[in-house]
Structures are given as structure tokens and as C-alpha cells.
Design a protein around this ligand. Structure first.
Ligand code: HEM
Length: 320
């Protein structure tokens, strides 16, 4: 017993010394709230299930919210902060304004979680759990979510503008944007499979359906019916017109059939480095589901830089 204690003491001391020398992130754990908020996962699911049942697109919106949180200085709920006279948040960044949805659902979860476990569970962890549930509620895979993130005390509209890839991106710039976050081209292609659910505004795919050669003609004609050459910028179309609210591998079968909706989507199957992987995912839903789950966990491990001030916010929209 004494020896065991001495060994643990040496190990903890060594870790502490290491943390002083190198950036040391709090380690995430699937059991992080096992003692302090054992029901957090069932509370999140209990809010997400009716929200997605009432409006399946909400599942897609929450998945995207998680991506847009994690890509801007880590998964720290920075995207949830409302603008104030002294804080310019990320909600009005180019990729988020009038586009990212689901803030009210996160608020509803937070209210229930706070009632059960006061000042314990971060908004960033709630978003990570909600995104996992969204995928699964849309009949996609599930996975265990490592927890223990903290909420930021800052936000960065400029980082949101710089880091979130746009719909006109080339394959090379998509690979680069994900590499900048430590994610491989394979992980980028797997994560893009989230575009098997959700909706896109006409302004983001107009150029493709009227101008690009590598598009299925029937598909382009169908999309043109609700996305005119002028006007109708906000008209919505599903990424996947066969199973728009099912989290399956149809994104990839669509790409192989030149039915990718945005330019950036079809870039993943256009004679480039990701073609083989897109074919593999299109032919094997299980491999896609496994890779997607792993990549979501990895993206969820993006944390703010060491030394960034953080807290567990009481209201996800504002600092404590
Ligand atoms: C690879 C680069 C990506 C680009 C260029 C991109 C771009 C976009 C754009 C432009 C929209 C439509 C926004 C609008 O109409 O207002 C969208 C929607 C969406 N994105 Fe992405 N995205 C990318 C990657 C991802 C990733 C990694 C995820 C999640 C893991 C994701 C999940 C979604 C979802 C689910 C929607 C539909 C949201 C809804 O219906 O509310 N995207 N994306």
C-alpha cells in the first residue's frame, strides 16, 4: 500500500512538473461527471429527442454548431456567447450569421442540467453530448463522449472568419483547413459526411448548379427549380434529396453520382486524393460510421490553448 502511494505520488509530481514545462490540457474523460452529475447524459438526450422529433433538421443544426465551436479556438462554447457592448462574439461571423441554429435547444438543455447539478457541467460539454445524440437520433452511429471541457471567457469573430471553411473551397484548401486543426484528410472527408443531413441556402450552391460541368444534369435541374439564377438566396435545399434527415452514407453515394450540392462537397470526388475514400464510404456504411465517430471524438478534443481563461458558464450566452 505504502509503495503504491509513493509510486502515485511520484507520478503525480512528475505530471505536474511536465505541465509547467509544456502546454498541458486537462484530460477529458467519459466519466468526468460520474460523481458530480451522473444524469447529465440522460438529461441531454431527454431534451434532444423531442427537439429532433419535432424538427429533424434541428439535429443537423446541432451537429454543425459543434463543428463551428470546435474549429474556433477549441471546443469551448465560444460560439454561444451573445454580443455585448464589450464582447464581439462569433454568432455574427460570416459562416455563422443567419446560418448556425440551435442556440435555444442548448439553452433548454443547460436550464435542465443546472437544475440538476448547479455550476458543474460546461456548455462546451453539453454541445458535444448534444451533437452525439443528434447523429444517433437521426439514425446514425453513437459513441462515448470524453468530457471535462471548460467554457471560454472570450470569443473571436476574426478566428471564426479565418478558420471555418467556405462552400467555394477547393479540395486542397479543405485539407489545409483541417490540417491546421490537427485533423487528417481522411478525417476531413469522414466529418464532411455530416452533409448527409441538413439544409443549405441557394446562395451557397447557385454557382454550382448553373455553372459547373461535373454535376448530374437531372440533379442540377431539380435544384434549379427552387434556386433561381437571381433572387431566392435564402431558399433551402437538402444536401441529400433521397434521405435528407437520415444520418447514412448517402453523402458519398451522391458524390460518386456527381450529386454533391456545394462546390466544396464535390471537390472530395473530382479526380483528387479523396476519391478512393469517398468510393469506400459510399460502398460501406459501417466503415464510414466508425470513422465518423472517431473523427468526432478527435475534433471534440480540440481545446483552448493552455493558459486561456475558462469557467463553467451558468448561462451559455454570457460570461459569469
Ligand atoms: C468541409 C468543409 C465544410 C464546409 C465548406 C461546410 C459548409 C457548410 C455550409 C455553407 C452550410 C450551409 C449553411 C447555410 O445554408 O446557411 C453547411 C451546412 C451544414 N454543415 Fe457544413 N461545412 C463543412 C464541414 C462540416 C462538418 C465537418 C460538419 C460536421 C461534422 C458539418 C455539418 C453541417 C451540417 C449538419 C449542415 C446543415 C445544417 C442545418 O441544416 O442547419 N459541416 N456547411
Amino acid at each position: 500500500m505504502g509503495l503504491l502511494f509513493a509510486r502515485s505520488f511520484v507520478l503525480v509530481t512528475a505530471l505536474l512538473v511536465l505541465c509547467l514545462l509544456l502546454p498541458c490540457h486537462a484530460k477529458l474523460s467519459t466519466k468526468f461527471y460520474a460523481k458530480t452529475c451522473p444524469n447529465v447524459e440522460s438529461i441531454v438526450r431527454a431534451v434532444m429527442a423531442p427537439a429532433v422529433a419535432a424538427e429533424p433538421r434541428m439535429g443537423a443544426s446541432i451537429i454543425r454548431l459543434f463543428f463551428h465551436d470546435c474549429f474556433v479556438n477549441g471546443c469551448d462554447a465560444s460560439i454561444l456567447l451573445d454580443d455585448t457592448p464589450t464582447l464581439t462574439g462569433e454568432k455574427n461571423a460570416g459562416a455563422n450569421a443567419n446560418s448556425v441554429r440551435g442556440y435555444e435547444v442548448i439553452d433548454a438543455i443547460k436550464t435542465r442540467v443546472e437544475a440538476a447539478c448547479k455550476a458543474t457541467v460546461s456548455c462546451a460539454d453539453i454541445v458535444a453530448l448534444a451533437a452525439r445524440d443528434a447523429v444517433n437520433l437521426l439514425r446514425g452511429p453513437t459513441w462515448k463522449v470524453p468530457l471535462g471541457r471548460k467554457d471560454s471567457r472570450t470569443a473571436s469573430q476574426s478566428a471564426a472568419n479565418a478558420n471555418l471553411p467556405g462552400p467555394g473551397s477547393s479540395a486542397a484548401s479543405l485539407v489545409a483547413a483541417f490540417a491546421a486543426k490537427g485533423l487528417s484528410a481522411r478525417e476531413m472527408t469522414a466529418l464532411s459526411g455530416a452533409h448527409t443531413v441538413g439544409r443549405v441556402r441557394c446562395l451557397f450552391f447557385r454557382g454550382r448548379i448553373y455553372g459547373e460541368p461535373n454535376i448530374n444534369a437531372t440533379f442540377a435541374a431539380a435544384r434549379q427549380r427552387t434556386c433561381p439564377q437571381t433572387g431566392g438566396d435564402s431558399n433551402l435545399a437538402p444536401f441529400d434529396d433521397q434521405t435528407p434527415d437520415t444520418f447514412d452514407n448517402a453523402y458519398y453515394t451522391n458524390l460518386v453520382a456527381q450529386r454533391g450540392l456545394m462546390h466544396s462537397d464535390q471537390e472530395l470526388f473530382n479526380g483528387g486524393s479523396q476519391d478512393g475514400l469517398v468510393r469506400k464510404y459510399s460502398g460501406n456504411a459501417k466503415i464510414f460510421a466508425g470513422d465518423f465517430a472517431k473523427a468526432m471524438v478527435k475534433m471534440g478534443g480540440l481545446l483552448p490553448a493552455a493558459g486561456t481563461p475558462t469557467e463553467v458558464r451558468l448561462n451559455c450566452r454570457m460570461l459569469n
